[in-house]
Design a protein around this ligand. Structure first.
Ligand SMILES: *Cc1c(COP(=O)(O)O)cnc(C)c1O
Length: 388
């Protein structure tokens, strides 16, 4: 593990490691296979599904940033989640997940549970009674997402890990919304960290990728074995691009947060903005926990449009600098309507239970000049106000 600050690790990983030509930036290894030194002698790399120098460099960097013992870079975030449950869960095992978890995670756990691969229980993890009752069922894994999507609910990871451990469960945290620069779940007691590197880690909306990091070295080896077994690993070219994106993570996260704070300040002044969900707000129920366990509040935020659905339509369509799109964490700003987009796989009842209303909008604040973003929001709100 490196003794350097996180932004430094992100920048320096693999720099000046090329022994062939002293290239400052590490080369990409686009090969499916590797020659054996001689018959019967296994090389370090034999086939790129099981190992590839470019992909392993990214995996080591991300593991270092999370304070883990090792990681596996997968073809997408969902593949990392699938890898975890494939490696750890048997048909009698139980996984506890939040009822407002990422839509794809909800679908994966639900579908595989319905097939009999394992059991799943979706609960409100911020409800201490529900959590205690669920832990009494002796789950093998507790799945955590904090801050959650799209309402930015915050879970006290340290407290939950203590409780889960006492019940014999391991804890896996999806850290996609903050990146390791703003939150390090393993330091808070988690056993596994998952990222959709598609989001902040790559940061340029041009790659889908994922990573599963283990706190424990034996578990990291087990996970790597499973990744090769089920073919979950990612492509070297994607790893190369992600490593390139990772180098600016420190600078990007700082600016994402600055811009997010400006947008938040502006939203609080507009009459068409109802409730705002962001952990930096003192009235947010998770504010104190977030202030303690995160190194920043992040730049994902959501709010209710206090108007008719027609006004919401006019607002969204009038925006020029916020693209109407799923995903998040890229340099460009995005707006999403969770109930018809990211969370449409959830039934109306499940959406209602998770608190996702049709008036809810989610912003991924990008790296444009914040005043331009505010001007864009302002003109769209003005048109929406006239629309009634
Ligand atoms: C996007 C996302 C995922 C899934 O990752 P993919 O790379 O799209 O497969 C999982 N969790 C969260 C929180 C996400 O935002």
């Amino acid at each position: 593990m490196s003794d350097k600050q996180l932004a430094t690790i992100a920048v320096r990983t693999g720099i000046e490691s090329d022994s062939q030509h002293n290239a400052v930036v590490p080369p990409i290894y686009l090969t499916s296979t590797y020659s054996f030194p001689k018959l019967g002698e296994l090389p370090q790399y034999d086939y790129s599904r099981s190992g590839n120098p470019t992909r392993n460099m990214l995996a080591d960097a991300l593991s270092d940033l999370e304070g883990g013992a090792g990681g596996v870079v997968t073809s997408c975030g969902t593949a990392a989640i699938n890898l975890l449950v494939s490696a750890l869960l048997s048909p009698d095992d139980l996984i506890i997940a939040p009822h407002d978890c990422y839509g794809g995670t909800y679908r994966l756990f639900n579908t595989r549970a319905n097939k009999g691969d394992f059991n799943v229980l979706f609960i409100d993890q911020s409800d201490p009674v529900a959590l205690t009752q669920a832990l009494a069922k002796k789950p093998k894994i507790v799945w955590v997402e904090t801050p959650s999507n799209p309402l930015l609910r915050v879970i006290d990871v340290e407290a939950l890990c203590k409780q889960a451990k006492a019940a014999g469960a391991q804890v896996a945290v999806d850290n996609t919304f903050l990146s390791p620069l703003l939150q390090q779940p393993i330091k808070l007691g988690a056993d596994f960290v998952v990222h959709s590197t598609t989001k902040y880690i790559n940061g340029h909306s041009d790659v889908v990728g994922g990573v599963l990091i283990s706190k424990d070295a034996d578990q990291a080896e087990n996970i790597a074995w499973w990744a090769n077994c089920i073919g979950a690993t990612g492509a070297p070219f994607d790893a190369y691009l992600t490593l390139r994106g990772l180098r600016t993570l420190g600078a990007r996260m700082r600016m994402h947060e600055e811009n997010g704070a400006e947008i938040l300040k502006y939203l609080q002044t507009n009459a068409l903005v109802g409730q705002i969900y962001h952990p930096s707000l003192p009235e947010h129920p998770g504010h104190d926990i977030a202030a303690r366990q995160q190194k920043g509040f992040g730049s994902m935020l959501s709010f209710e449009l206090a108007g008719t659905y027609r006004q919401l339509e006019v607002f969204v369509e009038a925006l020029k600098l916020f693209s109407l799109a799923e995903s998040l964490g890229g340099t460009e700003s995005l707006i999403a309507h969770p109930s018809s987009m990211t969370h449409r796989a959830m039934s109306d009842e499940a959406q209602a239970e998770a608190g996702i209303k049709t008036s809810l909008l989610r912003l991924s604040v990008g790296l444009e000049d914040p005043q331009d973003l505010i001007n864009d929001l302002e003109q769209a709100f003005t048109l929406a106000a006239e629309a009634v």
